[in-house]
Design a protein around this ligand. Structure first.
Ligand SMILES: Nc1ncnc2c1ncn2[C@@H]1O[C@H](COP(=O)(O)OP(=O)(O)O)[C@@H](O)[C@H]1O
Ligand SMILES: [Mg+2]
Length: 368
């Protein structure tokens, strides 16, 4: 049916989907191993914590990549390694065409302005002795930035930095009067708005938000996520949003990666991941999200996570998830599963197809 003329167009459309302008961030084989040192002066290396162990990421410009997994699985280490705040043991991080792991000094400093981080705990990341005004102006000073409104105020004049700080506060939904106040005078949600303003004031291209709402009341979480989305639209930002809770990243993410013990075990666009999770670990994370419909909530199949996260210093052989997987088979204990393409997703599980079928049948039985 399809004419030869239509085909290349269709192929081009598929290829372009979601990658308009290409990747801002391309990561290949990234590893961050922390040496475990022993001895009187910690001069003996007795092993390594494999916090991040061979991660590939593609983050298209203007999109949001959600990174989820339980505490200790390597999310923060990965986030920090993207910004070169952690040395890579192996692999590459390409930011807008520049390989970062080989950069240092001034060239890295210049690029760093374009990559900012929003932290989990705004109280810990904001110096309590600095006023909001000085917290917001500091990054501009550190990076020696002349504000955009130099004509009006003169280059680098303190008042133009101040004008920028006031404008940024307004953008994040805080009144100008906040400039003279101190972090303790604000609620958790307001403090996170200040943390976000501090990251945004440098006009970055990439923002890594590491558990940006985990420390906040559930009622405030959505507001802060909405603010991040609003700022993304306003400034054309690219995000990596880290969370231990799948529910948090659902609406903000275009693509989601599920991380377990230093590996990405499943990756898909947000809709696919929620509609059809394939990795048993993703199924387990999804089981932890309450379903609003009480009938569905009672009848749905749950995959419960048994035991604790194994130590990343001594990860299980084969599939790292096999010690906690309710579907474990012999080959899982010895053969490392590749992250393979399966329909619209990538999944690192030898038995994803069978498990998926099995789970679907159980759900149908359950609702009968
Ligand atoms: N600086 C460090 N030195 C040694 N081990 C670390 C360091 N930072 C993190 N780790 C270890 O690396 C693993 C991953 O930690 P992290 O990246 O913080 O995970 P997450 O953010 O998913 O909770 C954990 O076992 C943690 O204890
Ligand atoms: Mg973390």
């Amino acid at each position: 049916m399809s004419s030869p003329v239509e085909r290349p167009e269709a192929a081009a459309t598929l290829a372009d989907q979601g990658t308009e302008g290409g990747n801002l961030l391309t990561v290949r084989g990234l590893k961050v191993h922390y040496p475990i040192r022993k001895g009187l002066v910690f001069d003996r290396t007795v092993g390594h914590v494999q916090a991040v162990d061979g991660v590939d990421l593609d983050v298209p410009r203007g999109q949001t990549y959600g990174l989820v997994g339980e505490s200790g699985c390597g999310k923060s280490t990965l986030g920090r390694a993207l910004l070169q705040l952690e040395d890579a043991t192996a692999g590459s991080v390409d930011f807008d065409g520049t390989e970062l792991t080989k950069l240092s000094g001034e060239r890295l400093r210049v690029l760093r302005r374009r990559m900012q981080m929003v932290f989990q705990d705004p109280m810990a990341s904001l110096d309590p002795r600095q006023s909001v005004q000085s917290l917001l102006i500091e990054p501009l000073r550190v990076h020696g930035l002349a504000p955009a409104d130099v004509e009006e105020f003169g280059p680098d004049s303190p008042s133009s930095h101040l004008a920028k700080a006031a404008a940024m506060l307004e953008v994040v939904g805080l009144p100008r009067a906040s400039l003279a106040k101190y972090p303790h005078e604000f609620s958790g949600g307001q403090r996170q708005r200040i943390g976000i303003a501090r990251a945004m004031i440098l006009n970055p291209d990439l923002v890594i938000a590491d558990e940006p709402v985990s420390a906040l009341d559930v009622s405030v979480q959505a507001q802060v996520i909405n603010l991040l989305e609003h700022l993304q639209d306003l400034f054309g930002l690219t995000y990596v949003v880290i969370a231990h809770d799948l529910a948090v990243v659902r609406h903000i993410s275009d693509r989601i990666g599920v991380m377990y013990l230093g590996h990405i075990v499943e990756e898909a666009d947000a809709d696919t991941l929620y509609a059809e999770p394939m990795h048993p670990y993703t199924l387990a994370l999804m089981s932890a999200i309450p379903v609003p419909d009480p009938v569905l909530e009672d009848s749905r199949e749950r995959v419960l996570l048994a035991g604790d996260l194994p130590s990343p210093a001594n990860p299980p052989a084969g599939c790292r998830f096999h010690t906690r997987c309710p579907f474990v088979q012999d080959d899982c204990r010895t053969v490392v599963p590749e992250l393979r393409v399966l329909g619209p997703r990538k999944v690192a599980c030898h038995h994803a197809e069978e498990i998926h079928q099995q789970a679907a049948v159980t759900v149908i039985d359950g609702t009968d």
